[in-house]
Design a protein around this ligand. Sequence first.
Ligand code: G3H
Ligand code: 13P
Ligand code: ZN
Length: 322
Amino acid sequence: MPLVNTKEMFEKAYNGGYAIGAFNVNNMEIVQGITEACAEENAPVILQVSKGARAYANHNYLVKLVEAAIVCNPDLPIALHLDHGPDFETCKACIDGGFSSVMIDASSKPFEENIEITKKVVEYAHAHGVTVEAELGTLAGVEDDVQVSAEDSSYTRPEEVEEFVAKTGCDSLAIAIGTSHGAYKFKPEQCTRNEKGILVPPPLRLDILDEVAKKLPGFPIVLHGSSSVPQDYVKMINDNGGKMPDAVGVPEDQLREAARRAVCKINIDSDLRLAMTGTIRQFYNEHPDKFDPREYLKPARANIKELVRHKLINVLGCNGKA
Ligand code: G3H
Ligand code: 13P
Ligand code: ZN
């Protein structure tokens, strides 16, 4: 089947009480790991590309890799989505260049300006059959070249969402309820420690999610910054020459709960990076004589695949929904 936009995916996800996984792609092995897991688990998927990914791999390479994934998995619904589109021009380039969905992220701008930019993208995108995600509220963490401190982050204000969606016509809305980009989502002082000494972050503000859902019945909500930072991979990195102290993510059971409510899209990138980096570090350590990239990329791809399978079944609940 050709590339799909997110409309039908989100309708089914909302009504079914699950979320679609949106995984960031930067190279062939990541695309393969994700789509092989989704095909085996019969799960619709969003492959998303950031500004940084376009700069790293080149727009055309990424589109062609996704086209290859479609050829290899003809029955799998796949959307190709621009992650954190910074401006109208980038969104237009992706719409013209074959994407089926875009995010315009003007969340750092004043409310009225965010509406104005988002509306312009929606008009262009809808004329081309492309769906649009927008954002209200500010997540902490790092995304592309923007770093937002915990102090400067702010939860989405439920009283603003109706007006925003009505005026912009966007198809989904990313909200800030306590998730955060990157592998260091919470400062140790924000967390408590469990009996194993592992940091436990503050809970997500599901009350804000529910308030938003009450204002926008049936409307798909998106969560960014939703990696859980698996401690096994953090350990694998640290045991093999890495240094990632106090890396901590969002507990998976809280994401599963959000997916049962109005959240239809959950963004995961950092967890894939941890799996890839941990696997490659371990391989180097165990095989200092090897130098063929295929030998370390193969287990890295296999571990990405198993991680995605785990997310589909245990976090998103979208296995068997394709
Ligand atoms: O939210 C940001 C995503 O994790 C993409 O990260 O800008 O380093 O590609 P990136
Ligand atoms: P993580 O850094 O938690 O993986 O978030 C990814 C994301 O939100 C991409 O837009
Ligand atoms: Zn994001």
